[in-house]
Ligand binder design. Structure first.
Ligand code: NAD
Length: 491
């Protein structure tokens, strides 16, 4: 069995109490690697290393251009090793090899983008309303960043945090998910090779309690970057009540895809399939509430079922596979129960709704299509984080907008229409951080990513993300040739 260690202060170590746990391959259900389970003491050591690197040593003295160069080197190494990193991520999470390899290659572009921004963080000179004063602002790093990620796309979700954090000069403690931590330790090996000064990037893993709690509530952590579920997010907000860390939250969603009768149906069906069955539906931007205009409802459902039937489910390592397993057994159990309850609530099962009979091992679940009578049924209200599509009918544009906005989430949304005016009109009224028109699930390091409402706040990617990892300092300089006046003598 493969064995990993924590990466703290540029060195490899076991947990302080030697605690470990195993991680399994969801396709074979077999344990394949052992990782250390961080104690509070390990968290303290990692934060202390990050804090020391922030204020003294090579990182603190480095120019922004040199920081950018290190990030560029990291990007190159990740690209060179993307096949290997993809293999490990697939083994640990069950995501398709095609997807993990491709995504890891693209992760390199994220570091590349932020490498270029490292020496473009500028302050301003202020046209201040007082004589004999020169006033300017500087954007500084915020401090030690606690980056906490879930299992579903760790290389990627770490990059969207570490890229801007490091470009801005912060130091990081990255907490890998307990459910598929291995890719983060492979990443730590690359960090080590690239030659970041010790303590700039520390990689640990462990459970929410004590590791996640101790990290996000640590008095020396000034910035928390979290991706995960809304319940954990609430706990994190509670944790940061003590350190008042600046926090960004990338949470789940229940994103709508609206298909109007004037849409190109082929494109719409592709968008819906990608939005629901890509990554086996384990995607925060899953477009899992599908609104179809009455006149095209039956035809679209027929096409969706035909496409779902053709999806090849199986070994994520196989190039031909189109849908792999879910990451954990708990996911399967949760989804199975939710689909059963939704059917009792009046939904019609068009396809799937069970584990595939031909696969006797692995956490597989069929692509599932439900026709739902209204928005109150369970699969429409709750994030499934699995391959479950809930379709609903609408008659008019106004009704579609109201239904799409009838959720507490607000991450992504898709519109399919050939009517340009309608595309702009409707997108302006949808409450979501990202709008895709006649496409779905596209992302880029250049485009801000994040949600509204219960989908969280803060932005990952783009210039917004970089600025989110800086704090503004204002500097006042008296330029008069007179000493500062006595404050008790009014002139
Ligand atoms: P999760 O919230 O259970 O866990 C995420 C991380 O939080 C893990 O590393 C976990 O150990 C840690 N954690 C747990 N308890 C903690 C605590 N008390 N304090 C600090 N950290 C703690 O999420 P998950 O089930 O692993 O991932 C699925 C969720 O992530 C879904 O809701 C999904 O939508 C969301 N997600 C969002 C995005 C996005 O960018 N918006 C991307 C991917 C996934």
């Amino acid at each position: 069995m493969k064995s990993y260690q924590h990466y703290i202060n540029g060195a490899w170590s076991s947990a302080s109490d030697n605690a470990t746990f195993t991680t399994l391959n969801p396709a074979s259900e077999e344990d394949w690697a052992e990782v250390p389970a961080a104690s509070e003491e390990d968290v303290n050591r990692a934060v202390a290393a990050a804090r020391a690197a922030l204020y003294s040593g090579d990182w603190a003295r480095m120019t922004a251009t040199q920081r950018g160069n290190l990030l560029r080197k990291l990007a190159e190494r990740i690209r060179e090793r993307s096949d290997h990193l993809g293999d490990v991520e697939t083994m640990d999470s069950g995501k398709l090899l095609k997807e993990t390899r491709g995504q890891t290659g693209y992760v390199s572009d994220y570091y590349q983008y932020f490498a270029g921004l490292a020496d473009k963080i500028e302050g301003a000179t202020l046209p201040i309303d007082k004589p004999d004063m020169h006033v300017y602002t500087i954007r500084e790093p915020i401090g030690v960043v606690a980056a906490v990620v879930p299992w579903n796309a760790q290389m990627f979700l770490a990059a969207t945090k570490l890229g801007p954090a490091l470009a801005a000069g912060n130091t990081v403690v990255l907490k890998a998910s307990e459910d598929a931590p291995a890719p983060m330790f492979e990443f730590a090996e690359i960090v080590d090779e690239v030659g970041f000064p010790p303590g700039v990037i520390n990689v640990i893993t462990g459970y929410g309690e004590p590791c996640g709690r101790a990290l996000t509530s640590h008095p020396d952590v000034s910035r928390v970057a979290f991706t995960g579920g809304p319940e954990t997010a609430s706990r994190i907000i509670h944790n940061t009540a003590s350190n008042l860390a600046v926090t960004s939250l990338e949470l789940g969603g229940k994103s709508p895809i609206i298909v109007f009768e004037d849409a190109d149906l082929e494109g719409a069906v592709n968008g819906i399939i990608a939005g629901n069955f890509g990554a086996s539906g384990q995607s925060c931007v899953a477009g899992s509430r599908v609104f179809l205009q009455d006149s095209i409802y039956d035809e679209t459902m027929e096409r969706l079922v035909a496409r779902a039937r053709q999806i090849r489910i199986g070994d994520p390592m196989d190039e031909e596979t189109q849908m792999g397993p879910l990451a954990t057994l708990a996911q399967i159990e949760r989804i199975t129960a939710a689909v059963a309850r939704t059917r009792e609530q009046g939904a019609q099962l068009y396809h799937g709704g069970k584990r595939p009979e031909e696969l006797d091992r692995g956490y597989y679940y069929e692509p599932t299509i439900l026709g739902c009578p209204h928005q109150s049924v369970e699969t429409v209200r709750n994030e499934m984080f699995g391959p479950v599509l809930s379709a609903l009918r609408f008659r008019e544009e106004e009704e579609a907008i109201a239904m799409a906005n009838d959720t507490q989430f607000g991450l992504g949304a898709g519109l399919f229409t050939e009517n340009l005016a309608r595309a702009h009109r409707v997108s302006a009224r949808i409450h979501s951080g990202i709008l895709w028109i006649n496409t779905y699930r596209a992302i880029s390091p250049i485009a801000p990513f994040g949600g509204f409402g219960r989908s969280g706040y803060g932005r990952e990617a783009g210039l917004d993300a970089l600025l989110d990892y800086t704090r503004t300092k204002t500097v006042w300089i008296n330029t008069s040739d007179q000493p500062m006046a006595n404050p008790f003598v009014m002139r």
